[in-house]
Each structure stands twice: as C-alpha cells, then as structure tokens.
Design a protein around this ligand. Structure first.
Ligand SMILES: [Zn+2]
Length: 156
C-alpha cells in the first residue's frame, strides 16, 4: 500500500505585510489585514554571516556550538524535572526531552553568588569590556571568546 503525504496548497502572500501564508490561515492571521503594522527589524550583516557563511571557520564553529552559545547568552536557566528514563538512554535512539510537571525559567539574584556572575548577571555586573569578557570566559571556558565578543557587539 502506498501512503500519500498531505501537502498544503500554496496560497498568496499577505497583500498588506507580505508575510508568507499557509493554507487554512485566516487573512487576518499575520497583521489583522493591515491593521497592525509589523515592524521588521534590519538584521545585522554580521549576524547573517554567522548563520549563512560556508567559508569562514568561525561561522562553522558558531553553528556547531549554537546551543552552547544560546545557553551562555541566556538570561535564565531552565528548571524542570526531567524524565531520566528517556533522557539518559544514550545511544538507544533519538534524544528525548520529557518533563514531569511544570517547566520554569529560573532567574538568579541580582547579586552574583560565590560562583561569580552568570546568566543575566553577566549583562550588568562589572561591564567594563575586558572584565565582562573575563567573567564570560570563566563561566564558559570552552567557548570561542572572540565569537562571544562578536555576538555581544551585535546585541549592543
Ligand atoms: Zn499581513
């Protein structure tokens, strides 16, 4: 027996905001038919380069370790009760992230603890350029600090 895939039909882009639409989305789904002005920010060239360049080694490193960068640059940490039966079954199939109960975003105190600044504290604790980078290196010693510097410049 052959299985048929369901494929959505192409529909025209929104005539008001040019959003790419999917079949079955209502006309007002994106911008309420032009009532809401969707501000599309300019993406910095350096950010486009990080995500798309196939020739620079730093961009390949960035994409390979993107989850580490994401975690390093986050304001909060994740609080969950992980289902250990599936999450540590390494080598036995697809990694499975299954949570029991609620999922929290843990926000640290404003003042760093004995381990030094982390998460959002890194954004305002001792922000003198050289010191701020030193704190980040201490927090994530395996990350390419030059790339952290590039990303912080993009965020500034
Ligand atoms: Zn629209």
């Amino acid at each position: 027996a052959t299985k048929k895939h369901h494929v959505l039909k192409k529909v025209p882009d929104c005539k008001n905001c040019q959003a790419i639409r999917f079949q079955f989305e209502s006309l007002g789904f994106c911008c309420r038919e032009g009532k809401i002005n969707v501000k599309i920010p300019t993406v910095p060239d350096e950010l486009i380069r990080l995500f798309t360049s196939q020739v620079h080694n730093d961009t390949k490193y960035f994409r390979k370790h993107i989850r580490y960068f994401n975690s390093h640059l986050s304001f909060t940490s994740l609080g969950v009760t992980l289902d250990q039966r599936v999450s540590i079954a390494a080598g036995t199939g697809v990694y499975t992230f299954r949570v029991h109960g609620a999922l929290y975003h843990r926000l640290d105190n404003l003042v760093p603890g004995s381990q030094g600044p982390r998460h959002m504290q890194l954004y305002f604790y001792d922000t003198e350029d050289a010191n701020a980078l030193a704190h980040r290196v201490r927090r994530s010693p395996d990350l390419d600090i030059n790339l952290v510097r590039v990303i912080l410049r993009i965020l500034a």
